[in-house]
Design a protein around this ligand. Structure first.
Ligand code: NDP
Length: 277
């Protein structure tokens, strides 16, 4: 790469489905930046080499997606506070000899909920389903909004306990009641916000969750986008409002764009046009 244009990439495996190139090119066009942004498929055992090759090609930054967010955390030499707490990185900045790791998933989710869906999270009861990278990446941002209760559940319940132990100190300082419940034993009580952060819709399996967690006044939020999921169908059958994760995807990308270019791009019209597609 010899031109003065800044180069960026999204790295994952698989990566063909990624909307990140389209999103970042649109942001760049609208804010007057001339950038290159490509999707890079990294072999599963070659993430570190892939990144070092891209740095040698003078890449300025990269987004990182499934399944490399933990490896990106290990690779980064400096971490933002959100990346440090999540122990996962979805945005890398390459500056001098530093690899700076950020996590913008939590900011993306909260912005979509608050700004696009007009949900005030303070004092709400939230159920977060899943204990993978996505769930861990958003918990701190949810706690910062001071819900009254944040309940975690996951198929492998031990993973929820690990996250609870790690996050308890933050929950206490924000005065949030942080619980863990078993997915099959969800109590007969409803939540204001139910977030599906599992990968069930990617592997086409159903989520075994008590439908009583949904209520007419609940919002059921599925981090998956681009397909109708059984989680959304179940929530709708109970009269809940629903949303997919497209807004989160665009908002987390906007935060990554801000980190790289120091300009916050507009997101609403892009979310609408991607949804129309
Ligand atoms: P991980 O692979 O790290 O975690 C997967 C999670 O799903 C685990 O908690 C796993 O449970 C659970 N799970 C998988 N299959 C089932 C099942 N059949 N029943 C119950 N639970 C199940 O994935 P990520 O956390 O990185 O991603 C999760 C989802 O979030 C993906 O669909 C991803 O596309 C989406 N996402 C969306 C974003 C957005 O911007 N909209 C951003 C980031 C992620 P267990 O621990 O028991 O295996």
């Amino acid at each position: 790469m010899t031109d003065l244009k800044k180069h960026f990439a999204v790295i994952g495996n698989p990566i063909h489905h990624s909307l990140s190139p389209q999103i970042h090119r649109t942001f760049a066009k609208e804010t007057g930046f001339d950038i290159e942004y490509e999707a890079v498929l990294s072999p599963l055992d070659e993430f570190k080499n892939t990144i070092h090759k891209l740095i040698a090609q003078k890449l300025s930054g990269a987004n990182v997606t499934l399944p490399f967010k933990k490896e990106a955390y290990e690779l980064a030499t400096t971490h933002s506070s959100h990346a440090k707490i999540a122990e996962a990185v979805n945005t890398l900045e390459f500056k001098d000899d530093q690899i700076i790791g950020h996590n913008t998933d939590g900011v993306g989710l909260v912005r979509d909920l608050e700004q696009n869906l007009n949900i005030n999270l303070k004092s709400k009861k939230i159920l977060l389903i899943g204990a993978g990278g996505a769930a861990e990446g958003v918990i701190y941002s949810l706690l910062e909004k001071e819900p009254s209760e944040l309940t975690l559940t996951n198929r492998t319940i031990e993973k929820s306990h690990v996250i609870q132990n790690k996050m308890d100190v933050h929950a206490k300082s924000f005065d949030v009641n942080l619980n863990v419940i078993e997915i099959a034993k969800c109590p007969n009580q409803y939540f204001d916000l139910i977030i599906n952060a599992t990968s069930t819709s990617l592997n086409n399996s159903d989520l075994a969750i008590n439908h009583k967690v949904f209520h007419k006044s609940s919002l059921a939020y599925d981090m998956t986008y681009g397909k109708e999921t059984s989680f959304i169908r179940e929530a709708q059958s109970q009269g809940s409002k629903t949303s997919d994760g497209l807004g989160m995807l665009v908002e987390q990308a906007a935060e990554a764009f801000f980190i790289w270019h120091h300009i916050k791009p507009k997101t609403k019209s892009l979310i609408e046009s991607l949804r129309a597609l």
